[in-house]
Design a protein around this ligand. Structure first.
Ligand SMILES: [Zn+2]
Length: 266
C-alpha cells in the first residue's frame, strides 16, 4: 500500500479543513466570540475573507503569509494548525483505520490543539473546552463500552474514565497546593487541572501518570533550552498545557504498548 492514495488524501484534506475551523476557535474563544458567526475575517482589517482566499494551507502560501485585502502579516499559526490537524488525522487513521476509536481520538486531538494554542497565545486553558471535554470523554467511554467495541484498547471503560477524571483533577490539585505551600508561588494553574481531568476522561486513569511524566520531561528539556537560549532566569514561566497535550497525544499512540510493558497481565 502506497502512502499517497485517495484514502489518505481524503483524510488529510478532512484534517486541514477541520484545522481551519480550529484556527477560528483559537482566535475567537479567548475573546468570548461565537465560532460559527460571523464568517472568517482578517484579524487585522476585519474584512470578510472570500472563499478563494480561505483555502486551508494553500491560501497562506499563495498570499505570502499576508491578508489578501490589507496586506498585513498573518500569523504562521494558521498554517501550522492546519498542517498539524491534517497530519494528526493521517496518523490516527494509519493507527486506527476508520473506526470508533479514530472518531473519538480525532475529536480529542482537535480539542488538545485548540487548548494548546490558546494557552500559548493568551496563557489560559479555556474552561469552555476542558469542562465539557470531561463530560464528552466520559460519554464516549460509555458509548464505547455499550455500543462500539474499541479493538485498540485506547478508549477506557466508564469506570477507568471516571477514576481518570478524579485522579487527573485530584493529583494536580494536591501538587499545586503543596507547591504553593512550599514556594509561595502559584505554580500550576487551575486550567491545567481541568485539562488533566479531561485527559483522564478520554484516556482512562493509567494515562495520567504517563501523560504527566512525558509532559514534565518535555517541559524541563524545552524550558532549560529556552533559558539557555534566551538568558531568562529561573522564573521563566512556560505554559504547561501544550506539554500536557503532547503527553496525551503520545499516550494515544503508544499508551497501549507502554501499559502492557509496565503492567503485564498477571
Ligand atoms: Zn486584512
Amino acid at each position: 500500500m502506497t502512502i499517497i492514495n485517495i484514502e489518505n488524501l481524503s483524510v488529510f484534506l478532512f484534517g486541514i479543513v477541520i484545522g481551519s475551523f480550529l484556527n477560528v476557535c483559537i482566535g475567537r474563544i479567548p475573546l468570548g466570540e461565537s465560532v460559527v458567526h460571523p464568517p472568517s475575517h482578517c484579524p487585522k482589517c476585519k474584512t470578510q475573507i472570500p472563499y478563494y482566499y480561505n483555502i486551508p494551507l494553500l491560501s497562506y502560501v499563495w498570499l505570502g503569509a499576508k491578508c489578501g485585502n490589507c496586506q498585513q502579516g498573518i500569523s504562521p499559526r494558521y498554517f501550522l494548525v492546519e498542517l498539524l490537524a491534517g497530519l494528526i488525522a493521517l496518523a490516527l487513521h494509519a493507527r486506527f483505520g476508520f473506526s470508533y476509536t479514530f472518531v473519538v481520538s480525532f475529536i480529542f486531538a482537535a480539542a488538545l490543539i485548540v487548548i494548546s494554542f490558546i494557552d500559548l497565545d493568551v496563557r489560559i486553558v479555556p474552561d469552555v473546552i476542558s469542562l465539557p471535554g470531561i463530560i464528552v470523554g466520559l460519554f464516549f467511554s460509555i458509548i464505547g463500552y455499550f455500543v462500539f467495541a474499541d479493538a485498540f484498547q485506547i478508549i477506557p471503560t466508564p469506570l477507568s474514565s471516571l477514576i481518570g477524571i478524579l485522579v487527573g483533577g485530584g493529583f494536580l490539585l494536591v501538587t499545586a497546593w503543596i507547591y504553593e505551600k512550599i514556594t509561595g508561588v502559584d505554580g500550576m494553574g487551575g486550567g491545567d487541572i481541568k485539562l488533566l481531568a479531561m485527559i483522564g476522561a478520554f484516556l482512562g486513569w493509567p494515562s495520567i501518570p504517563v501523560t504527566l511524566f512525558i509532559a514534565s520531561v518535555l517541559g524541563s528539556v524545552i524550558g532549560v533550552g529556552l533559558m539557555v537560549a534566551t538568558g531568562a532566569g529561573r522564573r521563566l514561566a512556560l505554559p504547561f498545557a501544550p506539554f500536557l497535550c503532547s503527553g496525551a497525544l503520545i499516550y494515544l499512540f503508544y499508551g497501549e504498548a507502554l501499559i502492557r510493558f509496565y503492567l503485564p497481565p498477571s
